[in-house]
Design a protein around this ligand. Sequence first.
Ligand SMILES: NC(=O)c1ccc[n+]([C@@H]2O[C@H](COP(=O)([O-])OP(=O)(O)OC[C@H]3O[C@@H](n4cnc5c(N)ncnc54)[C@H](O)[C@@H]3O)[C@@H](O)[C@H]2O)c1
Ligand SMILES: [Zn+2]
Ligand SMILES: [Zn+2]
Length: 381
Amino acid sequence: MTAGKPIKCIAAVAYEAGKPLTVEEITVDPPKAHEVRVKIDYTAVCHTDAYTLSGVDPEGAFPAILGHEGAGIVESVGESVTNVKPGDHVIALYTAECQKCKFCTSNKTNLCSSVRATQGKGVMPDGTSRFHNAKGEDLLHFMGCSTFSRYTVLADVSVVAIDPKAPLEKVCLLGCGVTTGYGAAVKTANVQKGDTVAVFGAGTVGLSVVQGAKVRGCSKIIVVDINDDKKTWASEFGATDFINPMKDLKKGETIVDKLVEITDGGLDFTFDCTGNVNVMRDALEACHKGWGQSIIIGVAAAGKEISTRPFQLVTGRVWKGSAFGGIKGRSEMNGLISDYFDGKLKVDEFITHRRGFTEINDAFEDLHHGDCLRTVLDLSK
Ligand SMILES: NC(=O)c1ccc[n+]([C@@H]2O[C@H](COP(=O)([O-])OP(=O)(O)OC[C@H]3O[C@@H](n4cnc5c(N)ncnc54)[C@H](O)[C@@H]3O)[C@@H](O)[C@H]2O)c1
Ligand SMILES: [Zn+2]
Ligand SMILES: [Zn+2]
């Protein structure tokens, strides 16, 4: 029985920006009230982890245990935890859901305020950390998840129990990228049968937007990416067209001109899944006058700003954003798991690489290669 006692386990610690992670033994304290200790079985590496590790994230703080796309099994729970119990299979949620705050009780947003302030500072809601290294130094939490550790402690509002039949080595991806793109299409944009859609950037997020648009029966699903290698993937996930703006435009033609031309005036919905602010502008301006909506999903580099002529909005285009696909993690995750079981939501197809946990630094390298959508790490290895 490990409940109530500190656990020693392996973790990947980010000691400094721009440096590789250090895989070492750490101590994980037992969960306090309203906290859950989870044995993480599988985690993937997402761009946000790389962004923070690179040092360009102004809010990044070190030393920390990164990772937010992970799944595992509840080892023990602190006092007053009622939503999960030891043995439950769970996904970590970087977007918590307390079901009580004014955000949670609104049907307009999935942004819960319950643990926001402390989560942003890298500590648990009581202001302290559950992670310590061999020297006894505290290590910070990250995005309320810290899945780059065999054991982690989460606020109870940041975990959702899932159907134990769902394979954790796959559905760990529902902790970020897949849910973000799919939710942005079916929830934030709520695309409908017959709508025309353009998706800028065909990574895990963009391809998941594509699959949401396909499930809804959109008539045109155009993927725009500067990497030709994404063309095959785009069509496998349901895209009807692929445009590489570096190669497929006539002299003097812009991507906006091209999209407006082939869609008789512009798209019903566009999505930025690149994080590039110039692409965000193109995505907005490629929307149809009067009703086109553009959804920003990509995370731009620190300090970047978006711009367009106000006339674009005056004439009816709408600019929106989406975090975690607008999905309320605790109430809606099992719906996504059902879609996965029903074959409506592809998840396995995103796993292009698998590695043992000790190869985590190589998994960060994988991210920079065009042939990688997601690397899943097995924490038992
Ligand atoms: N809002 C959220 O909740 C949320 C959650 C997860 C990820 N994100 C963000 O979403 C974005 C996409 O994530 P991902 O994991 O799919 O990334 P990714 O790097 O795998 O995919 C990005 C794709 O965009 C393409 N691209 C780059 N520049 C382009 C350009 N100028 N025009 C067209 N295509 C271009 C790349 O070739 C690549 O295929 C990132 O910015 C990430 O930080 C946001
Ligand atoms: Zn992520
Ligand atoms: Zn809340």
